[in-house]
Design a protein around this ligand. Structure first.
Ligand code: ATP
Ligand code: LTN
Length: 332
């Protein structure tokens, strides 16, 4: 229909480390699917990143890097709003209001909070606890319909929906209730411990393949991936390592499990692992090339940041002023 509202897609990635194949397959690769039909906003969520201690110079550098990677992966900053969270103050402003509509018990149940608290025992700060509320603010600020994310973020999205519904129930319709968008391959596991998710902040370099790793490193890391004592390439319980490699191979080649099993029947794991590495490196190579070109032009990236922060802020102000009015703040 002509006058039907064009739907909105929002997602974010933290500049908290060098992005992995998990981030790529679970999130980034899917972002460009929506750009023709939806209003898309893709944010570099630097405010989320400081819930874990960051080196200031590194955080700044990585913020540019994630933005450059968005563009290298095919997102056009003229078509989609690619911007940095801290440049749009309405995220933090809405987060404060939503904090007051989120329950302590709800946040206590978040598995990411439990995992990250265990990993950062000496810095279990309040921001780590309220992290999902800032994420809800990111999403709800733009009346988002669809949120492409990896499976690990599903619980946060459910909480976002609950917060939005609660607010709407008290103050009448204010927020669109967003839906998650997840694909197969929405959870890629660590190559060293294939029951844990692959995480960009993992200290063990052999556990993660980075989007920007050179081809020989990619192949070497896949060849070192932990598997099992059998020799058969097949998806099964107890074969988490091989199952994970099959997921990755399937994402890069489009092949189904049966085809993969047939392709590597009787050849052993070594050949399979090399093939996974080759397929991964082949898709990443052109992205790496574009990335290096884009990253070398800092003033271009700064102009993208500035223009898009203005566009995002224009949209964000509308929702925030509606929320402020509804809760009873005075206006000047
Ligand atoms: P960190 O290690 O700093 O917590 P992360 O690797 O989990 O970071 P995020 O910035 O939190 O990455 O996530 C960005 C996006 O990538 C999210 O949509 C998330 O769901 C997705 N993602 C992260 N890790 C994976 C994974 N292993 N498999 C699939 N998707 C993932
Ligand atoms: N919490 C997410 C990153 C994130 C996000 C968002 C994703 C912050 N805000 C809004 C989707 C929509 C993470 O840790 N992966």
């Amino acid at each position: 229909m002509e006058n039907e509202r064009k739907k909105t897609v929002f997602s974010g990635i933290q500049p908290s480390g060098n992005l992995t194949v998990g981030n790529y397959l679970g999130a980034l690769r899917n972002f460009s699917e929506f750009t023709d039909k939806y209003n898309c906003l893709y944010c570099v969520v630097d405010q989320h990143a400081i819930t874990v201690r960051q080196q200031p110079a590194e955080l700044r550098r990585r913020t540019y890097e994630v933005l450059a990677l968005y563009i290298a992966c095919g997102l056009d900053p003229e078509q989609s709003i690619l911007y940095v969270q801290s440049h749009v103050p309405q995220h933090a402003q809405l987060a404060w209001v939503l904090d007051c509509y989120t329950m302590f018990g709800e946040l206590s149940r978040m598995t990411q909070f439990k995992d990250k608290s265990a990993k950062n025992e000496n810095n279990i700060n309040a921001g780590l606890f309220t992290y999902p509320v800032l994420m809800a603010a990111d999403i709800l600020l733009y009346q988002t319909d669809l949120v492409p994310i990896g499976e690990d973020q599903k619980q946060h999205l459910e909480l976002t929906r609950d917060i939005a519904a609660r607010f709407n129930a008290v103050y009448s319709d204010t927020f669109v209730i967003p839906e998650p968008y997840m694909k197969s391959g929405a959870k890629i596991y660590s190559l060293a411990e294939p029951t844990k998710k692959m995480s960009k902040s993992d200290q063990n370099e052999n556990a993660v393949v980075r989007i920007l790793d050179p081809k020989d490193t990619i192949i070497k890391k896949f060849r070192r991936a932990v598997t099992d004592s059998e020799t058969e390439v097949r998806r099964a319980e107890g074969k988490e390592g091989i199952s994970n490699l099959m997921t990755i191979y399937s994402c890069f080649t489009g092949k189904k499990d049966e085809e993969i099993e047939a392709e590597f029947k009787g050849v052993g794991y070594g050949e399979f692992k090399t093939a996974v590495g080759e397929a991964c490196a082949a898709e990443l190579e052109p992205i790496q090339k574009r990335y290096n070109e884009i990253l070398s032009d800092k003033s271009y990236l700064e102009s993208v940041m500035k223009n898009n922060a203005e566009k995002a802020s224009y949209l964000a102000r509308k929702t925030l002023s509606k929320v402020y009015r509804k809760v009873g703040f005075t206006t000047l």
